[in-house]
Design a protein around this ligand. Sequence first.
Ligand code: ADP
Length: 508
Amino acid sequence: LLSSATSQGLHVVHIAAEMAPVAKVGGLGDVVSGLGKALQKKGHLVEIVLPKYDCMQYGRVCDLRALNVVIESYFDSQLYESKIWVGTVEGLPVYFIEPQHPDKFFWRGKFYGEHDDFRRFSFFSRAALEFLLLAGKKPDIIHCHDWQTAFIAPLYWEIYVHKGLNSARICFTCHNFEYQGTAAASELESCGLDKNNLHRSDRMQDNSAHDRVNAVKGGIVFSNIVTTVSPTYAQEVRTAEGGHGLHSTLASNTKKFIGILNGIDIDAWNPATDAFLPVQYNATDLEGKLENKQALRRNLGLSSADIGRPLVGCITRLVPQKGVHLIRHAIYLTLELGGQFVLLGSSPVPHIQKEFEGIADNFQNHDHIRLILKYDESLSHAIYAASDMFIIPSIFEPCGLTQMISMRYGAIPIVRKTGGLNDSVFDVDDDTIPPQFRNGFTFVNADEQGLKGALLRAWNLFKNNPETWKQLVQKDMSIDFSWESSSAQYEELYINLAKTSQIGNEYN
Ligand code: ADP
């Protein structure tokens, strides 16, 4: 059970805190399964290691079973057991680690936001490597993601290479530099990393709070290759303004740092087959899209009187990064213009959640505005399908998936020109862009005027030029946002990395 299947291609192990649809908070979850599936399709052996959360969507794991082994991994000067489960998610083999630690690290009813997240995920990272070692796996690539599993990189080169797990090169992807996983330097010791060796300015010392360590910095320093999720964001984080304190670390590691635009899982996000939708549709049958609009209006109790009334959608985590004040402004602006607005979002930030609950209450039985403040996968599909326009006024956006999903469902994106939005949405009025690439509406300044200008331009086109609008919808629905080209870029990186493993055991 524990041996790895042989394959012509590379053996890639993703170690992550999220994977769609079983454990998803945001885009990270989509990327792990989307990229994993695409690489599997190309003939590589792809395996995933995840924590076994109590709050996972267990219904989406096939053949989940406990393995007849227990691993013991180091934490706080002693060994702790973890049970290992295996199952299949979206056709990918997944190992779930269930620590038998008294702190019940993954029995919290939520994925993140616990006071001991640093401990929870440094424990998980160590246990994941222990599992690979014990299972005798010989991966070519270990791919870790975000601060939660950035510990893998220093753990691998400092400890596990010497224990015999030494076949791999490490790829680290940072999906958002705002979240870095910092803690007092002493906390690093829990998972067995040597504070004296790592709490240094060229290793894991936080660049601002010098008495702390920084997991993402460790991921950057100790990985063979570091990626982020769009070329524009890769440029932005190299600046003092965009780097959240890590620009200097990226500067010293610039040769191994690259931005690759995410794709989306075009099987999971396909209006022609989407089982969450009351009516499936495609670019040549937009009647079906209208039926979804009417169905959503009925379900949410919005007025269905005027079918031509534009519906603006927004699906997001409500955090400052997403431009919450501009989202709020877009709601009132849409109302003023005579449209309908549906927001699906939830916030880990109490004052933002409270503010939006206030707005939701204001519009409780309103004919044209509805705010649904929770995470709801099925409703998200229905909103993409029903919307005419889709608003993403982010202050910064590493990649962003909702603009790609909305286009695939024929909802025209209105976005701020930043990060991955800048690499995937091109303004219909921008003469510097070849016409065939123009697909939405963009604005530069993160203020109400900027947003208003773009929304008004979209509004006018929708109202005054329905035929051009329809062509835009059809064009957007046909754009290829699959993982095909992005996964090919990862594949090339992996192949080049794997070649270097013959040269020696080094991360630089
Ligand atoms: P981020 O990773 O910063 O949250 P992305 O745009 O990369 O943003 O990914 C967001 C993903 O999460 C999309 O698949 C989107 O549909 C989904 N999503 C965000 N909020 C919700 C919600 N409240 N309910 C359902 N899905 C959501």
